[in-house]
Design a protein around this ligand. Structure first.
Ligand code: AMP
Ligand code: ZN
Length: 461
């Protein structure tokens, strides 16, 4: 299996260091619903994990839940995102964090992502973070400012290693520096609570009451749970510039070791060429998409159809196309099933299985793998049972439930409207009947009038 490694800036052969792949993914900051940009990243994580499993690896997967310490600005200024959200929504910070963590997990389920074995929360590792910062302090990597304890990045020789040669313009946030920082790249390990106010989430420490910085939680939880070095560490492409160099720097300081052997990043989902981000006001959630009648797996299909390292411009036209393609795939596959009789799998089919393994193992080439799926379905040199064998095999990686035939549950409200419309039709009140048809359409369903009466189906947009 080959993967692009941000540490070496090239595609490299991947091998696990031990029997189980030690896989750590930066998780969500649970201050609001995740948006579909975040979800592109989480589907990529799932694709990577499924590919490892497909290639015969055992995987131990950890994804953190950031429930404290992620500040509004990456330059260690501004408030904690969860505290701001709690104030706006008049809830406690704890309520906010638990609520959105739960909502996040619901989205993962809908997108058919295999759950990590562990979802550690930052607030449950406070002691470990304090112990870790104490070591950094003892080794001389820290300094104190008025608002917190900081890490001196100039002490790490190759701090910028993940950046590579193609150094982009650094996030503007960095300009807005905390006064007293020795280097623009220095970051907070521990932030003090304000002197005049009590924070809802705060803990005592040798340096004063406060809370840990976001970059410290990930290095502490990943090293504590999985051990250093990890095999794979993932994040969205924004993490190449701040979060991941900071995690890596702390591991180098504390353990004199690389934190991870592979660093893999997913490119952004964009809207009109701009990163989809809450701060840009251009986000959509999974709920928004579902309300418009799209299936979450249509979104998954859309994501898989672009290589994870390429930016993906979101549009409803593209999502509609994905939904149509996915539904028509499933329709065709369901017909295959009816005629199935199991026999020996031919050499030709086994060759295709091998080809699939190779394609997906080439730095996760999911678009080409999907193209192969379509080819299999159309191939006239394969028997139906062989097609089913291959499709079910490929779907271990795609996670699109290609062979699942679930009867669409039509909501009661829609069924009642269908009845009402039928009554109007029988009374020849066609204008009223048409109005109801429109209403049903708006709810995402379509009526087809057949000889046997009206049939209602979910609308494909
Ligand atoms: P956050 O909750 O902000 O910590 O983000 C969770 C994950 O989503 C991080 O790994 C981000 O890099 C990633 N992410 C954020 N926005 C996008 C986007 N528009 N496209 C892809 N990934 C994103
Ligand atoms: Zn992280």
């Amino acid at each position: 299996m080959y993967l692009y490694n941000q540490l070496t800036h090239r595609i490299q052969k991947f091998r696990a260091s031990k029997k189980e792949v030690k896989f750590y993914s930066c998780g969500p900051t649970v201050y609001d619903y995740v948006h579909i940009g975040n979800l592109r990243y989480f589907v990529f994580v799932d694709l990577l994990k499924r590919t490892l499993l497909y290639h015969g690896y055992k995987v131990y997967h950890v994804m953190n839940i950031t429930d404290v310490g992620h500040l509004v600005s990456d330059a260690d200024t501004g408030e904690d995102k969860i505290v701001v959200s709690a104030r706006k929504k008049r809830k406690s910070a704890w309520e906010i964090a638990r609520f959105y963590e739960n909502e996040f997990k619901k989205d993962l389920k809908k997108l058919n992502c295999i759950f990590p074995q562990k979802f550690p929360r930052a607030t449950e590792y406070i002691k470990d973070q304090i112990e870790f910062i104490k070591i950094l302090e003892k080794k001389g990597f820290t300094y104190r400012l008025e608002d917190g304890i900081y890490f001196d990045t100039s002490k790490i020789k190759d701090y910028k290693r993940l950046w590579g040669k193609e150094i982009k313009i650094l996030p503007g946030a960095r300009v807005e520096m905390v006064p007293g920082k020795k280097n623009p790249t220095d970051f907070a390990l521990w932030k003090f609570s304000p002197k005049d106010k009590k924070r809802e989430m705060e803990w005592p420490s040798p340096w004063g009451k406060g809370f840990p910085g976001w970059h410290t939680e990930c290095v502490v939880m990943s090293s504590k749970i999985l051990g250093v070095p990890l095999d794979i560490h993932t994040g969205g492409e924004d993490h190449i510039w701040i979060h991941h160099p900071n995690e890596r720097a702390q591991a180098l300081a504390c353990f004199s070791k690389e934190l991870s052997r592979f660093w893999v990043h997913c490119a952004f989902l964009r809207q009109k060429k701009q990163k989809m981000a809450k701060s840009k006001g251009n986000i959509l959630t999974l709920k928004d998409i579902e309300k418009k009648g799209y299936h979450p797996l249509a979104l998954r299909y859309l994501f898989l159809n672009t290589h994870y390292q390429k930016p993906l411009d979101f549009s409803f036209t593209a999502l509609s196309f994905s939904q149509k393609t996915l539904f028509s795939l499933k329709e065709k596959i369901s017909h295959l099933k009816e005629k199935t009789k199991r026999k020996k799998i031919s050499k030709k089919a086994l060759m295709i299985k091998k080809e699939f393994k190779k394609i997906i193992g080439q730095n996760l080439n999911s678009p080409q793998a999907l193209a192969l799926l379509h080819k299999v379905l159309e191939a006239n040199f394969l028997e139906n049972y062989e097609k089913i064998f291959l499709i079910s095999d490929f779907d271990k990686v795609f996670g699109l439930n290609l062979l699942e035939k679930k009867e669409e549950k039509i909501p009661k409200k829609v069924l009642e409207l269908v009845k009402k419309r039928e009554k109007y039709r029988q009374e020849k009140k066609f204008e009223e009947a048409d109005k109801i048809r429109e209403k049903i359409k708006k709810m995402g369903y379509e009526i087809q009038d057949t000889k046997e009466g009206p049939v209602v189906k979910k609308r494909i947009l």
